[in-house]
Write a protein that binds this ligand. Structure first.
Ligand code: GNR
Ligand code: NI
Length: 167
């Protein structure tokens, strides 16, 4: 297993639209294992393949506090939503920024696990928010895209400054 490097906003590679996985097997299982190691190491409650520069529709989550609820969603599709709720979100690709985002409070999601087995789940609470946040990543979207343009441009300027100082 290997810990992968997480891309940071405003890296243009975070805007990549990930492609569906069509062949399951060793390569996908290895990517998923590396993504879990990267997510737990960060630490975070979710990670999308886009964040580690892999353009495949793969996401992992664990919203437990003790690493007891690892979940993998490949080619995820939200097929039904209910309600709206606001939650404060953060993102490993936008470090140290926390803002309220509105999302569906309940979702029905269909996906495949890392072995290629299809499943369907109904989710709410933090896990529902997390899965929606991760699917956004697979579509090249970030939680800051849900904020006002004023807030987003402030955040962008802060990260551009930090990037220049790091050179
Ligand atoms: O670790 C994470 N915490 C989090 C908190 C609220 C809503 C979404 C998230 S996901 C985030 C990890 C991450 O950036 N996944 O893409
Ligand atoms: Ni994120």
């Amino acid at each position: 297993m290997a810990k992968l490097q997480i891309l940071h906003y405003p890296d243009p590679r975070l805007r990549t639209i990930a492609k569906p996985v069509s062949v399951f097997g060793d390569e996908i299982e290895r990517i998923v294992a590396d993504m879990f190691e990267t997510m737990y190491g960060a630490p975070g409650i979710g990670l999308a393949a886009t964040q580690v520069n892999i353009a495949k529709r793969i996401l992992v989550t664990d919203t437990s506090r003790d690493g007891s609820d690892p979940r993998c969603f490949i080619n995820p599709q939200i097929v039904e939503t209910r309600g709206i709720e606001q939650m404060e979100e953060g993102c490993l690709s936008v470090p140290d920024v926390f803002e309220n985002v509105e999302r569906a409070e309940w979702i029905r999601v269909q996906a495949f696990d890392q072995h290629g087995t299809a499943f369907e789940l109904e989710l709410d609470g933090l896990l529902a928010v997390c899965v929606q946040h991760e699917i956004d990543h697979l579509d090249g979207k970030l939680f800051v895209d849900h904020l006002s343009s004023l807030k987003r441009s402030r955040i962008r300027r802060k990260f551009e400054k930090a990037q220049k100082q790091a050179l």
